[in-house]
Design a protein around this ligand. Structure first.
Ligand code: GDP
Length: 139
């Protein structure tokens, strides 16, 4: 049985392009409640830690450099079946393959600058939420 929370980040490309508000609007209109949200910026070291799971992949260095290149909006979201439903809402990793109406189709530029992150499991949603937020920051 799947949990009711997931973790997301609006990535530096989307923040830079001024579409964070539009993305949050689409998330809320899809029925997700915002439990925690802030603007922050990762150091290269922090991004490398967050994406450690991808350390063997050829794009790891580029990914960590990109994710520490500018401000991001991490958030914790709540909805029934949150992880799976949010992955559907954001669409395929490569926006060229994302379904019409998904966040990546609407707002992403490319497979690396793809606007938004969504946890891929309940377990990772907890780990990723704890990376950014204390209990005091959750409502
Ligand atoms: P996701 O779960 O849909 O975000 O995709 P993955 O877990 O496969 O990859 C994590 C992130 O790495 C993606 O969201 C992209 O930002 C980035 N990424 C994936 N594939 C590539 C690639 O081929 N090149 C680069 N530079 N980045 C990639």
């Amino acid at each position: 049985m799947s949990g009711n929370r997931t973790f997301t980040m609006i990535k530096p490309d989307a923040v830079e392009n001024g579409v964070s508000g539009a993305i949050l609007k689409q998330i809320q209109e899809a029925g997700f409640k915002i439990i925690a949200l802030k603007q922050t910026k990762l150091s290269l070291e922090q991004a490398s830690k967050f994406y450690f799971i991808h350390r063997e992949r050829p794009f790891y260095a580029d990914l960590c450099a990109f994710m520490s290149s500018g401000p991001i909006f991490p958030a914790i979201l709540e909805k029934e079946n949150a992880v799976e439903d949010f992955r559907k809402l954001i669409g395929a990793t490569n926006p060229a393959n994302a379904d019409a109406g998904t966040i990546r189709k609407n707002f992403a530029e490319s497979i690396d600058k793809n606007a938004i992150h969504g946890s891929d499991s309940d377990e990772n949603a907890v780990i990723e939420s704890n990376f950014f937020f204390s209990e005091l920051e959750r409502f």
